[in-house]
Design a binder for this molecule. Structure first.
Ligand SMILES: [Zn+2]
Length: 73
């Protein structure tokens, strides 16, 4: 799981088992234990972009199938 340090803006990956409790986790650069946010908020826009891309791919695929069936029929 990736974390973003609000103090030094360093993004690091927490070792397995450390995240979840939130007690021992600290930034490897500035040793800050507070202000660590899971980097999931960043991936939300990427998910939106991926959904948009998938929609465009599906739309073009459907369009291709429709034109194919129109040509056959
Ligand atoms: Zn830091």
């Amino acid at each position: 799981m990736q974390y973003h340090c609000a103090r030094c803006h360093h993004v690091f990956t927490a070792p397995a088992g450390k995240d979840g409790d939130g007690g021992e986790l600290h930034c490897p650069r500035c040793k800050a234990e507070a202000g660590l946010e899971p980097a999931h908020k960043v991936s939300r826009s990427m998910m939106l972009f991926a959904a948009l891309l998938a929609g465009a791919v599906v739309a073009s695929a459907v369009g291709g199938v429709l034109s194919l069936s129109a040509g056959v029929g």
